[in-house]
Design a protein around this ligand. Structure first.
Ligand code: SF4
Ligand code: SF4
Length: 78
C-alpha cells in the first residue's frame, strides 16, 4: 500500500530526505505523500523509511496495493 500522513504531523521535515521516491512534500498545513510515488519503500528499502524517522508516528496505511503493484510502481519511477 502507499502510506499517508495524518493530522498529527508537526511539519518537522524529517521524512522528506529519507524517501527514495521523492514522494513527500510540504503541504499547506501538514506534509503530504503522493500515492503515485509511494511504494512503501518496496524496491529500495526493507521498511518504510519515513515511518522510521517520524517523531509524531503520524504516517499510516493508505491505499491498498500488492507487492507486485508496488514493485511495478518503483520500476516505473526509476
Ligand atoms: S514509505 Fe517509503 S516511498 Fe513511501 S513515502 Fe515513505 S519513504 Fe517514501
Ligand atoms: S516526519 Fe512525520 S511529523 Fe515530520 S513532517 Fe514527516 S510526517 Fe510530519
Amino acid at each position: 500500500m502507499s502510506l499517508k500522513i495524518n493530522d498529527d504531523c508537526t511539519s518537522c521535515d524529517a521524512c522528506v530526505s529519507v524517501c527514495p521516491n521523492t514522494a513527500i512534500t510540504a503541504g499547506d498545513v501538514i506534509y503530504l505523500i503522493d500515492a503515485d510515488r509511494c511504494t512503501e519503500c518496496v524496491g529500495a528499502e526493507d521498511t518504510p523509511q519515513c515511518q522510521m524517522v517520524c517523531p509524531a508516528d503520524c504516517i499510516v496505511e493508505g491505499e491498498k496495493e500488492s507487492q507486485d503493484q508496488l514493485m511495478a510502481k518503483f520500476k516505473a519511477l526509476h
